[in-house]
Design a protein. Structure first.
Length: 55
């Protein structure tokens, strides 16, 4: 038996900032949408993804 939460804020948001979160840290701020990753996690994992790091 699955439990479905009820209430005014229980459904998933289909659009807007609340619908997208970082795949690494689950924050909603600073998302790079093509990667679904926030800017802070992108800087941390850019080398692992395959981007060249320049100083």
């Amino acid at each position: 038996m699955s439990f479905e939460p009820s209430g005014p804020h229980s459904h998933r948001k289909p659009f807007g900032k609340g619908s997208r979160s970082c795949v690494s840290c689950y924050t909603f701020r600073g998302i790079i949408r093509k990667l679904m990753m926030c800017r802070r996690c992108f800087r941390e994992y850019a080398g692992d993804i395959g981007f060249a790091i320049y100083d």
